[in-house]
Ligand binder design. Sequence first.
Ligand code: NAI
Length: 253
Amino acid sequence: MAVYAMTGGATGIGAAIREQLCDAGHRVVSVDLRDADICADLSDYNGRQRAIDGIRQLCPEGIDGFIPCAGVGPSVKPPSLIARINYFAAVAVTEGVLDLLEARGGRVVMIASNSAPMVPLNDYVELLLDGEEEAACELADSRDTHSAYAGSKHAICCWLRRRSGELARRGIRINAVAPGIVQTPLSEKVLTDAELGQAMRDFGDSVPLGCIGQPKQIADVVSFLLGPGADYMTGAIIFVDGGHDAMLRPDDF
Ligand code: NAI
């Protein structure tokens, strides 16, 4: 039995990951706003610290894997909330449990998005990567929510790739899945959003494999990345999006 910690296990993709790992006989400690082993609001420092302290208390022997899955979608306002939860919380809690992962040769699987390559490494993404939370949030609030969302996921990908070499030397593998549209409460809010809904529905209609994804299809790949079959993988970003990224950027890899 392995011991995993995660955030965002209450609904959607996170709930599917939690269920799959529990069904396989593993122990999963989940952090979320509600329906969790550790209830914490990850949008601020105190909530992130509560999450880290709670995981340390419940898993003193270390963890075999960590999945920072909690996130909000591109319809959430103000856009700074997207930066705080999707990037700063994911990175802060991961950093806060690295020694627990190191103790058991653990793995991190981050949840990016196939929207990550839709924005460049711009000033907002640089501020995220520099850890400048207030400046990044101020900039996010001066722009649109889609840029805040895609930028937060772009930064997650850069952060994990930049850190993967050093973490490999500590015995920690770190990879990400980049889902396309997946049927969850988050995507439901975007698909019915007055501003983003039509574009999102059109995007969903253009998935090469013909439909949007299901949470289990993301959980299957997360489980693989947590397991022995992914022993030689670190620093990888796996698109699980029905072929959308390949369709949009065929020669860019
Ligand atoms: P969801 O809304 O079903 O689940 C998100 C979870 O994060 C919820 O359990 C929620 O309570 C938790 N959460 C949100 N804000 C929080 C906060 N401040 N503190 C603690 N927990 C908080 O969403 P879904 O779709 O399952 O998303 C999971 C991850 O997958 C997110 O990182 C999202 O960005 C990513 N993703 C989702 C896609 C989709 O189409 N559904 C596509 C690409 C990426």
